[in-house]
Structures are given as C-alpha cells and as structure tokens.
Design a protein around this ligand. Sequence first.
Ligand SMILES: [Mg+2]
Ligand SMILES: [Zn+2]
Length: 204
Amino acid sequence: MTRIETILLDRDGTLIEERHYLRDPELVALIPGAAAPMRRLADLGCRFFLASNQSGIGRGLLTPDDYFAVHARLEELLRAEGINLGGAAFCPHGPGEDCACRKPRTGMWDDLAARFGLRPETTVMVGDKAADIAFGQAAGCAETVLVLTGHGPSEAAGLGLEPVPSGVRACPPGPGRPDRIARDLGSYLELLVQNKGRVHAHRL
Ligand SMILES: [Mg+2]
Ligand SMILES: [Zn+2]
C-alpha cells in the first residue's frame, strides 16, 4: 500500500462546477460532497493542488486577472469549508500554441513538483477529461481517476467506459483509461478516507 501525500485536481468540472470559460467569480460553485472528505484527508496529511487548462485566456475570452479573481473566490469557498489548497498551476495557452504546459503535457506537474516537492508515486490525479488522465499517467502518478461530473460522461464514453451510477469502480485496462471511474470527486475521496489515504500501487 502507498500512502498518498498529494491529491492533484483538475479544476473545472472536477472541483468546481463546469462553466463555459468561467470568468465571473460569482459563478464559482464547489462540486457537492467533496469538502467533507477533503477535510478528513487533510487531517491524514494529504495536500491538495490544482492543475488547470485555461485556454480561454489564449482564446482572448478571459484574462489572467479573471483567472486570479476566480481562484481567489475558489480559495474563499474552500476556506469556509476549512480547507486550504497547497498550490495551483494553470496553462493560459490555446490548443494551437504547442506549449509545454497544456494538459496532457506535463509542464504544470513539473512546475508544481519543483515548487512544492511533490512525488508522483505518492500522488493521485483526478479529472473529468481524458487529457487529465493522460497527464496523470505521464507524470507517473500512483493512480488516475475520471469523475463523471463536468465533461466526464462524454469523456468516459470516448474511452469506452460505462458510467457508474454511484460510488467508484476500477476500470478495465485500455489505452488512455484511468485506474478508476467515480461518480464525482467526493465519491473517490470518501474511498480514500476509508482506506486511510492509502492506495495499492496502480490499483486501490
Ligand atoms: Mg475539467
Ligand atoms: Zn500552456
């Protein structure tokens, strides 16, 4: 069993409700059910980090200041739930810019790992897109998890995965597939809490 130290999260559709190119802090809403297990995992010594593609900046639909205002509101909502983020990274580039940081590329992992001393073998990656899963796998994370909030249902279908009505399931192996599929972030984090923050190497 591996003791998980780092929980790396996609932002839109995973930690907060998906809004198309979110730029209004008033529209930030936490996905229900995640805060309680986040607090318990923090008590177990886990730290939470965000890695978010924000191509709306590159597309001219929002500015870096919009991103920071949304992030400030997100941190405020989390603090109200007793949760502090360890740190966050975002990619401001559009898909055509060929940057090193847009997921599934691993620039944001390299940045966070260097700034905060993160280790992939004690990190899980949770996201609502295949790019999040490929990112976590390329970073060498202990486990990757696709949630069925945000874009999760269509992304799961694209990977040939059946949606789960509740809870968390192990995924049959296949190209680009996550280790686990979960109804939502809270469902997966509850499972981690039950396992005292531990996962089997590459399988819970
Ligand atoms: Mg997302
Ligand atoms: Zn980038």
